[in-house]
Design a protein around this ligand. Sequence first.
Ligand code: HEC
Ligand code: HEC
Length: 299
Amino acid sequence: MSLSKLKLVFSNQKSLSPASSLRVDLKSSLLLAMIPVIVGLTACNDSKVTLPSADDGLVSTKVTLGDKEPIWPNDDPSIPDGKGVYAAQNCASCHGLDGKPVAGKAAVDLSSKEWGRKQKPVEQYDFITFGKEGSDHPSVQSKLRPPDIWNLVFYVRSLSTPPLTDAEILEVQPVFGANCVVCHGAKGYGNGPLMKGNVLEPSPANFQSFPRFYDRTDETLWDHIANGIKWEGMPNFLGKVDRKSDKTKVTKFDEAYIWKLVGFVRHFHESNLTEDATQALHAKEDKEEKESKDGVKSK
Ligand code: HEC
Ligand code: HEC
């Protein structure tokens, strides 16, 4: 397990408390109302704003109750390794290699974007691991380690929504840098420069948190980026433009671009590399971070 993920497991404990998440605190709301101005983002309040609903509570109780506690992975699940699990478990015999249902075997189309965007990873984990009452769906509980099940979940998700390619990640990176990092931090830990004085309550979301983000559909993430989270310091982006990241071009935050940002947020907690390569990469990053802190690199 990488150092950064160890930190994450610790902070997960905190983020499991629903009380600390989507609360509205009047005093900090007043301060928060000013923050978008401070960072140069105008929060236009006449656009549609969706308040968090009961559905947005952290980790569905259905999964956390009793012995159905999800076992979080040690590192970002690997989509390519999930492909291997999908093949080995013969999921394609009913769901097709590309997620399109095999006639007479299944009805659900795992490759449908519209369907995929409504699925929470944690509920897919629940279904694939334990099956569902009243259905004889094959259950993998006794066959696979939890990290393999997570790899499988994210492979299934990739059938409807392919993850951003490396080129797309490089393209979005500067826009994320100019518009999100101030709060969410370069690596998405929710520790951007604006957090130095702990001015935001609640804290900006930690994109590396499995309990939080595996309990979100892509649709919810889209809604929160597009419309913001009122009183909680998360600005609304739909319809705005970015001119800061590249002086020579204007990026429009239209519907399609907000979906790209959803993909970018997801890239902090899923991986296009194999499990081994993901762990090796994170170990390397941790080492580099440690060396730069110790001043080894500064010579
Ligand atoms: C024997 C056929 C069969 C096999 C094998 C099978 N499934 Fe299914 N699967 C179904 C059926 C039937 C449904 C129920 C919905 C439907 O009728 O399409 C379903 C539903 C699903 C759903 C949607 C659940 C929901 O919430 O709607 C997912 C995700 C899924 N399967 C994943 C998998 C994975 C991953 C594997 C391999 C481990 C797998 N399935 C193996 C038949 C199968
Ligand atoms: C002014 C600070 C600030 C900026 C800038 C900002 N955010 Fe946020 N963001 C927040 C805060 C605070 C929260 C947590 C709100 C809460 O917990 O209710 C949040 C939450 C989120 C969430 C999680 C919503 C959920 O469903 O849990 C996503 C996704 C997100 N931000 C994406 C972005 C993206 C993408 C950008 C840049 C385009 C961005 N944010 C810019 C402060 C900010």
